[in-house]
Structures are given as C-alpha cells and as structure tokens.
Design a protein around this ligand. Structure first.
Ligand code: H2U
Ligand code: ZN
Length: 346
C-alpha cells in the first residue's frame, strides 16, 4: 500500500510510544451528524472575579486565602488525590484482588493573576513565568526521595472537566510511574538500545523531512499532529534537543517553549473561533535520581472538538470495546491547523 491509499482507505496506524494501534477511516469523514451538540460556555470577561477561588487575595474552598500574587502562584491542592503521609500497605488475594498504597503530592498552578486570560491570551514573558514555575516545581518535587514521577497538566474548558475558567493547571507527583509514562519509558528504552538515539529525535527528523504533519515550530520546539493521533486535532510538542525534562532547558529554550505554547493555543482558538478545550501535559523522565538518556521531553495536547466548537468526539462503542478510531486523517488535521492564522483573532 502506498501513502496515497492511506488517505482514502481504512487502515491501522501504529503508535510507537504506547505500542497501540489506531483505526483510521478517512472515507467516513462526510457522514451526517444528528448527535449531541455541545453548548459553548461563556468566556470569562472579568480580569478579577470576587467569587473565583483562584484569583489573588480571594479565599479558596478550603478556607486558605490566596496572596496578592502578580505572576504565577502555586499551592498544595486543597482536595489532593495523593497525600505525602499515606501509610505503606499492600493487599493481595489470589492474584485477583491486588492493591498497593500510593503516596504523592498534588499542586495547583495559577498561570496568571488575571482571571480572563488563557495561554493563547498571555504574552511570551507571561508564559515564560509559567514555564519557570513548572520547572521549579518539577525540580523541587523530584528532589523528594519518595517522588518518582511528576505529571504536569492542564485541563482547559468546562467540556474537559476544568472546574474554573481562571487559567490554571495541576501537578501530580507520584511514588509509582503512572501507566502512560511507564509505557513510553519502555518504548524509549528499547528504541535507544536498538538505535542509539531517542525515538522522538528520529521521529522528529522524519516529520521535518516529510512536512506533512507539521503545525508550527520555532528554533527549539516543533508541534505536529502525530501520525498515530487519536483525538481529531491532537498534537505532539517535541523539543528539538533531546533533553529528558524541563530542568535541562536553557534560558532561550524556556522562552521558546513559552512561544510555542502561545503559537499552538492561538492556532487552536482560531480553528473554530472559540476558546479551544483540551487536556495537555508534559511527559518527562522519572524522578528517581537515575539517568534517562533515552527519555525525550514532549507534551501532548488532547482536544476533544471534532468539526466545530459544538461537536466533540466521544470515546464510546468500538473505541471503548476494541480500539481508538478516527475519521479525519492526521495529515488533514495538520493542514487545517497550519492554514489558520497564527495571530490571535478570537
Ligand atoms: P481543575 O480545574 O483541572 O479541576 O483543577 C482545579 C484544582 O483546584 C482541583 O484539583 C483544586 C481542585 O481540587 N482546588 C483547590 O485546591 N482549592 C480550591 O479552593 C478549589 C479547587
Ligand atoms: Zn479568578
């Protein structure tokens, strides 16, 4: 089968990071839609909202008052999913009922004191503060001997379960590697053993050569729709230099990361002229103190919108019972994202 056959015929694509397959059915993109249409939530318009638990000077749901912060602000999640003082315990019954205690820490990162901003509406110096806060948190959490992985992420938009429009993200630090990181680590390790390079370095070189799935880039980062994307406008943000985590980025690379986050989120917003919802997050080396030369820093953006601001993809049916599936090809999605204006206009 040559590549042009892929654009019109059902096929499977392999994800070398997770070693799972995705079913692609490009012939199905024209099917009619009479299903659920989402409500577009109103945008936050107030720079300061007296009822917001993340705005500077306000009292949070747990009773603590936020300081009058002026850049970024990070605090321990008042409703943390993981606790540092969790007692060690194991439970086994005939290999069928198995459980293990999990210690950790959860942090909340307010990106800006401004209630009405999003990453796309923040400028590069403001986003650079966010990158610096993420990096500091990564280093501080990594230095705890009980922390073996740090997951930085953002849920953006009510549709993605984001609880508040104030720009913020979360960080969960775990004792045990979570499933996604563990699978990627195995793939990276095997690839480095076989080829001596990082998997994402070689993948990035291939994509830069092909040009078909690129969305945007700067001197230090590239954003593309991965060949194996599941979500309609899923993207992968890859550092050009194969660093294993944020703490290895140089000063100009950190600024470039701020810039590429802005470029990416502006393109998303311009696609359907709406504040684009997504879950995004970084994958970084485990933080057990060992070296991970095979690990290559990257971020995934998983946005749910399918064909407009009001129609989203659901993972149901075949996708829950069998495997992920998509209609729009990764190449078409990348073209859409490349063709929207790079400057903010919504
Ligand atoms: P999400 O919008 O992605 O849910 O993140 C908000 C987090 O903020 C959420 O995990 C925490 C919630 O537990 N939170 C506080 O820590 N204090 C509060 O006063 C409200 C929300
Ligand atoms: Zn607010």
């Amino acid at each position: 089968m040559n590549f042009s056959d892929l654009a019109s015929n059902p096929h499977r694509r392999f994800n070398p990071l997770t070693r799972e397959w995705v079913l692609v059915s490009p012939q199905r993109i024209q099917r009619p839609w009479q299903g659920q249409v989402e409500e577009v939530p109103p945008e936050a318009t107030l720079a300061y909202d007296p009822t917001c638990y993340l705005c500077p000077g306000n009292t949070r749901a747990g009773g603590v008052r936020n300081p009058a912060y002026t850049e970024t602000f990070v605090f321990d999640n008042d409703f943390a999913a993981l606790k540092p003082d969790t007692p060690q315990a194991e439970f086994h019954e005939r290999e069928l009922l198995v459980a293990r205690s999990e210690a950790g820490r959860c942090r909340v990162v307010c990106f800006s004191p401004r209630h009405d901003l999003t990453m796309a509406r923040m400028n590069v110096p403001e986003l650079r503060h966010v990158v610096d806060a993420w990096t500091q948190e990564f280093s501080a959490l990594a230095s705890d001997p009980h922390t073996n992985s740090v997951q930085i992420f953002e849920n953006r938009g009510a549709i993605m379960g984001c609880s508040n429009p104030h720009p913020h993200g979360q960080i969960w630090a775990d004792e045990t590697l979570p499933n996604e990181l563990s699978r990627e680590l195995t793939a990276f390790r095997d690839y480095r053993q076989a080829h001596g390079t990082t998997l994402l370095q070689d993948y990035l070189d291939l994509e830069l050569e092909k040009q078909e799935r690129l969305v945007c880039a700067n001197d230090h980062f590239v954003v593309l729709v991965p060949f194996w994307a599941v979500w309609p406008f899923e993207t992968l943000l890859i550092s050009r230099r194969p660093v294993s985590a944020l703490d290895e980025l140089h000063n100009d690379e950190r600024t470039a990361l701020a810039d590429i986050l802005r470029q990416t989120t502006i393109r998303y917003d311009n696609l359907f002229l709406t504040s684009f919802p997504y879950t995004m997050g970084f994958h970084q080396r485990p933080t057990d103190g060992a070296d991970y030369p095979e690990f290559h820093l990257h971020a995934h953006f998983y946005p749910p919108l399918l064909r407009s601001a009001t129609i989203k993809k659901f993972i149901v049916g075949y996708e829950m019972l069998a495997m992920p599936q998509r209609d729009l090809t990764a190449e078409s999605a990348a073209r859409w994202l490349r063709d929207v204006p790079a400057e903010r206009y919504c």
